[in-house]
Design a protein around this ligand. Structure first.
Ligand SMILES: C[S@@+](CC[C@H](N)C(=O)[O-])C[C@H]1O[C@@H](n2cnc3c(N)ncnc32)[C@H](O)[C@@H]1O
Length: 303
């Protein structure tokens, strides 16, 4: 597990430097077209290009995202590194975001404002703003599970403001759930993701919102390497296989409250059967579209 740092000179470090390009920077003020190139290896060198959005690592391959078409550069990268292109795609940002327009939304008292709508940052003292660059990472706030989790964090912080001081966010994506919790008063948050690109985006979003003292972003593969769960709130918006692994691990069950999401009704029975109900209370089940969320409490930690 690493606190989002890389070994000096390694392919990972070079790719990490590529990911330093991830935030929108002039002349770009929003995402429009995405030009995506998937290389068959990760060791493709450092890419210093003003149109680079970032590099995604998946199964020992590197996927580069650009604002513009980059055929010449891609040929050059292949030539220099010996890599080959597995696939390439051009699409618009809305298509990448499941056809949705990523815009300002409210989960009271939070107001989530994408960078391209900075004019929506009002002086309204009732609202707590979060500035977000979602880049091409999960966690824009427009997936039902993200929204359910954020709403539940807001509700639980509203009803237990003094009892929730620490949190882990398993699979943080853009970091939005951690940011919401931090803005609502959680003081110590560890935010994990195995995607270095997601970690870079989350870290930059943490900086944009001045939450560095509250949130630590950690790059880690959580399969088989569960972090310390002795916290007040554990949030996991993940896929069924990983949730099942967690549920079967006794070290998962040290937190006071759990917000679990990322599953649909047909998965609920199998997931429910894996819960150690002797030590848990299922406080609430929530739903949005086809997605579900559970709010659980650790019976052994309730006063
Ligand atoms: C469904 S997204 C949730 C993102 C964000 N928490 C939200 O609610 O919008 C799941 C995140 O978990 C990360 N993830 C998937 N498998 C993981 C693993 N084995 N270890 C760590 N993170 C993982 C993905 O990279 C992704 O960012």
């Amino acid at each position: 597990m690493k606190e989002h740092q890389m070994v000096s000179g390694s392919p990972s470090e070079q790719l990490q430097q590529n990911n330093d390009a991830i935030m929108l920077k002039p002349p770009y003020t929003h995402y429009d077209q995405l030009h995506v190139y998937n290389f068959d290896k990760i060791d493709i060198g450092q890419i210093d290009d003003p149109d680079l959005i970032g590099t995604w690592i998946e199964d020992d391959t590197a996927i580069l995202f650009f604002h513009k078409e980059k055929q010449t550069l891609v040929k050059e990268i292949c030539h220099q590194s010996g890599a080959k292109i597995i696939y390439e795609a051009n699409l618009n940002y809305q298509d990448w975001e499941a056809g949705l327009d990523i815009t300002t939304f409210s989960v009271p008292p939070l107001l989530v404002v994408p960078l391209w709508e900075a004019d929506k940052l009002t002086e309204n003292v009732e609202e707590i703003p979060i500035k977000l660059d979602p880049s091409v990472i999960f966690g824009s706030g427009f997936h039902p599970t993200t929204r359910l989790c954020l709403q539940t964090i807001s509700d639980i912080m509203g009803s237990n403001p003094d009892s929730i001081k620490s949190m882990v966010d398993l699979g943080t994506g853009t970091g939005l759930l951690s940011l919401g919790a931090a803005k609502l008063g959680v003081q110590q948050i560890r935010s994990y993701d195995n995607n270095p690109f997601a970690c870079s985006v989350a870290e930059k979003n943490v900086g944009l919102n001045n939450c560095e003292d509250q949130i630590t972003v950690l790059e880690a593969d959580l399969r088989g390497a569960l972090p310390d769960t002795h916290v007040d709130l554990l949030v996991a918006n993940l896929y069924k296989g990983l949730l099942l692994d967690f549920f079967e691990n006794p070290n998962f069950w040290n937190a006071k409250f759990y917000i679990i999401s990322g599953f649909i009704p047909s998965m609920e029975e199998e997931l429910l059967a894996a819960l150690p109900m002797s030590r848990l209370k299922l406080l609430e089940r929530r739903k949005s579209e086809t997605w579900r969320l559970w709010l659980l409490a650790n019976a052994t930690r309730l006063e």
